[in-house]
Design a protein around this ligand. Sequence first.
Ligand code: 4AD
Ligand code: MG
Length: 463
Amino acid sequence: MNVTINSIIQGFKKINKKIIINGWIKTKRTSKKGILFISIYDGSCLKPCQIIINKQIKNYNDILNLKIGYSVEIIGLLTLSIGKKQNFEIKAIKIKIVGLIKNLKKYPITSKYHSKEYLREIAHLRPRTNLISAITRIRHTLMQSIHKYLHKNNFLWIATPLITCIDTEGYSNMFKVSTLNFNKIPYNNSNVNYKKDFFGKKTFLTVSGQLTAETYACSCSKIYTFGPIFRAENSNTSRHLSEFWMIEPEIAFATLKDIINLSENMLKYILKKILNKRYDDLYFLNNKINKKKINHLINFIYYKFEQIDYSEAIKILLKSNINFKFPVKWGLDIFSEHERYLTDKYFKKPVIIKNYPKYIKSFYMKINKDYKTVSNMDILVPEIGEIIGGSQREDKLNILDKRIKESKLIKKKYWWYRDIRKYGSIPHSGFGLGFERILSYITGLKNIRDVIPFPRTPNSIEF
Ligand code: 4AD
Ligand code: MG
C-alpha cells in the first residue's frame, strides 16, 4: 500500500527505502543545475513533502512542464534532508503524472490568497487549501476524542432516529419529510391528509435526539447520541447552520450539577487532545486567523468556568449600561450580543448560566421549587456564545403534563415519553454540544460555514 506523507513524518521507518506516494503538486522550482524541486501534499498533514528530481529521470521533459494542482505518483528513495525546511525528502526514481489541470487559467485554486467567502462558493475544491484541510483534520480528531472520552467514561453510543414525528424542543421550525406528490396533495376537508403520506403521519427531520435518547438513559444509565441535526430556522448568522452535528449525553440518576461537571471535564479533555494531536494545524490557524487562539485554548483548560444564575446574568447586563439591540429584562431571552458581553468583556472566560425562566425554555426541563425557573444550563464561550444547552429532565408525570399543556403541545403525541415517568421514573439529566460551534471556537474561524464541509443555510445549497 502507498504511504501517506503523515505516516512518513510520524514513522521515519522507511529511511533509505523505496516508497510510493501520491499527491498533488503544491510548489515547483528549478535550480540552476536543472534539478527540479517540487512539493506535494496529500492532505494527511499540514506539511507538504519535498521531491528532488534529477535530469537523469526518464520523463524529465514532461516533468518540467508539471503545473501546480497536477496529481502525481512518485516512486522514490526516502532520505533525510539537509534543507532547513524539512526533515526528509524523496529522491525521485520514477514519476507518473496521474491527472492534468485541463484549463489552468480557469482552475479556481491558485497559490494566491483566497477569501473564505470565495472558498465557500467552491466548497468542492476548497479542501485543497491549507486552511480547509487543517480544519478537516482538527474536525476528525475532535470527533474521535469525543467518542473516546465518552467511551472511557462508560457511555454507550445510541443511534437515535433522524426521521421523527414529534417536536423535541417544543417550538422548533422543522423540515418536513414527505413523499406526497406536491402537484396532487391529498386533502381531508381543507387539511392535508397525512394518512396518505409515507409514514401515515406528518413527519420531520429531527431537531434533537434527546427524547428518544432519554428512553435509553432510563435503562442503560449512561448513553449518548451523536449525529446530524436539522433546523429550519431562518437565521442567517455566522453561528447557525440548517444541518449540523450534535453530541447529546444523557445520564440516569444525575442532577444538573452532575452534567455541569461532565460537560466541563469533557470540553477540557477534548481541547487537551486537540492541542496534543493537532498542534501543527492549530499553530497554522493561530498565525493565520487569531494570534491569541492557542493561549485562549490553554486558559480554557486550566481555569474553572464561571457559573452564574440567569437572574445574576440579567443584573450584570443591566449594570453594563450598554444599549443592546435586544432588551434586557428578567423573563426575556439572553441573545448573542448579551452572551458576548458576558464572555468577552465581563468574565473573559467560559460562563455557565443556570436556572432560566421556564417560559423561555423547553417543556422537558425540570421545574425548580420557585415554579418560575427550570434546572438548566447553557455554556457560553468567548467569541462564539452558546455551545452547550442542557438540563435536568422533569421526572414527575403530573408536572410534565402541566408543562406540556403550558407549552401548547399535544399530550397524546408524547405518550411514550410520558411512559418513562410512569414506570420507575428517575432523576436524569443531559446536554447537547453543538459540534460545529465548539469547532469554530477551537479553530478561531468565526463563521460556522467554514468548519463543516458542505454548509447548509437558508437559500444556499449547491453541492
Ligand atoms: O440548546 P439546544 O437547542 O439544545 C437541545 O437541542 C437539547 N435537546 C440538547 C440536550 O439537552 N440533549 O442545542 C444544543 C446546542 C446549542 O448549544 C448549540 O451549540 C448547537 O446545539 N446549535 C446549533 N449549532 C449550529 N447551528 C444551529 N442552528 C444550532 N442550533 C443549536
Ligand atoms: Mg440552547
